[in-house]
Design a protein around this ligand. Structure first.
Ligand SMILES: Cc1ncc(COP(=O)(O)O)c(C=O)c1O
Length: 397
């Protein structure tokens, strides 16, 4: 009964594990959950107020497919003031989360069989979205290049079918932030070879001390003409449930994206759009800086704790977003062990839930979220420390 596309599409493993942990927690299990992909901060009050006002004012009908004009104007303005990107509101399409923008983009940009270059480790959903659109993900391992894709690697994978270079900066799951120089080199190669860059910058507002985030589309007009910027409200404003993301794209791409959306889901919720508009209207840099600082403090606590828990090994220092990417191979006891084995043990024996890296194309790493309270971070570290003392692993056995 199922199409081939549906048959090869697994359910989102991150969502499934998160749901499993939440149901264990609901049954009273004593677990510290570091699997989640959302901040524990509340949605800003002005956004919830904006939603209430929208309901009271009867803004409860379809909006234009690409979103409210005022919201598209506000997004374009913010991209300009915060990230230095020159977008016209007509180039903005609001979507049901950044996820929908990305999924629709591969349909809009790729013919069946076209290739999309992306790095491993990568966000779980990328290859599935690409395949659903009939395109082919070409995954480039970056374990030997510091978890960053290089122009040489791209050059080596270019084929007549290469259509898109997909970037995710800051990265989920590594937390790495590309430098401006690195992005310029990648973008130059993309432009030279007529590729479209899809740059998922959903974590772009959440960088920690010292790291500087650069939006690809801010680099030059020529690069912007080859780039689609994807971002949204889920992470910056702790609004995951409101489902507002967007793509900022060259006009023909924005129009095509809007056409696909018009025939599939229509605009995202009118009420959520008003909430997003209110979040932007009263956004203050002080508040944004406070959230980033708080995340930076939690990152430091988790980083320092992990560094004192060998043989666990923090693979890289997270610079943005809210994930730590941890090599667990030092804990293996049997040849068949992998990150899923260790994640299972941590859950059952330490009461700490972490995300195994298999579906990030990182079978020897787990991802730990630090978008949880400082007290959860310190308890999780204590529990892992106790677990390490009571278990034998390769480096001690
Ligand atoms: C890299 C990346 N892109 C996109 C998304 C989707 O965000 P949204 O909630 O806006 O759909 C996520 C969410 O986890 C993510 O990690």
């Amino acid at each position: 009964m199922l199409s081939h596309r549906a048959q090869i599409l697994p359910a989102s493993s991150t969502a499934a594990l998160d749901a499993h942990i939440k149901s264990l927690l609901a049954d009273g299990a004593d677990i510290i959950n570091l699997t989640g992909g959302e901040l524990d901060f509340p949605t800003p009050q002005q956004a919830t107020d904006g939603a209430h006002q929208a309901i009271d004012a009867g803004h409860t009908r379809y909006t234009a497919v690409a979103g409210l004009t005022e919201l598209r104007e506000a997004i374009a303005q913010r991209l300009n003031t915060h990230w230095g990107c020159a977008y016209d509101p007509a180039q903005i399409v609001t979507t049901n989360g950044a996820k929908q923008a990305l999924a629709q983009l591969f349909t809009v940009l790729c013919e069946p069989g076209d290739e999309v270059l992306l790095q491993a480790p990568h966000w779980v959903s990328f290859p599935h979205m690409i395949r659903l659109a009939g395109a082919t993900p070409v995954v480039i391992p970056t374990g030997d290049t510091g978890f960053k894709i290089t122009p040489e690697q791209i050059q080596a994978r270019l084929s007549p079918r290469t259509k898109v270079l997909l970037l995710n900066n800051p990265s989920n799951p590594t937390g790495l932030v590309y430098t401006e120089r690195e992005l310029r080199d990648l973008a130059a190669l993309a432009v030279e070879n007529g590729l479209t860059i899809v740059s998922d910058e959903i974590y772009g507002d959440l960088v920690h001390d010292g790291a500087i985030f650069t939006a690809v589309a801010s680099l030059s007009e020529e690069i912007a003409a080859h780039t689609v910027t994807v971002a949204g409200f889920s992470k910056t404003y702790a609004m995951t449930g409101w489902r507002i993301g967007y793509a900022a794209a060259p006009l023909p791409v924005a129009k095509a994206l809007s056409a696909v959306q018009g025939h599939t889901s229509s605009a995202p919720s009118s009420i959520s759009q008003h909430a997003a508009l209110a979040a932007l209207a009263e956004d203050t840099d002080t508040e944004l800086a406070r959230r980033s600082r708080e995340l930076g403090t939690r990152r430091t606590a988790l980083r320092d704790g992990l560094n004192s828990l060998p043989p666990l090994r923090l693979a890289v220092e997270p610079q943005g977003g809210f994930f730590a990417f941890v090599d667990v191979s030092g804990l293996y006891r049997r040849p068949e062990d992998d990150a899923a084995t260790i994640a299972q043990e941590l859950l059952e024996q330490a009461g700490v839930a972490v995300m195994p890296g298999q579906d990030f194309a990182a079978p020897h790493h787990v991802r730990m979220s630090y978008a949880v309270s400082s007290s959860d971070i310190s308890q999780a570290l204590d529990r892992i420390s106790t677990y390490l003392k009571t278990t034998t692993h390769r480096s001690t056995s």
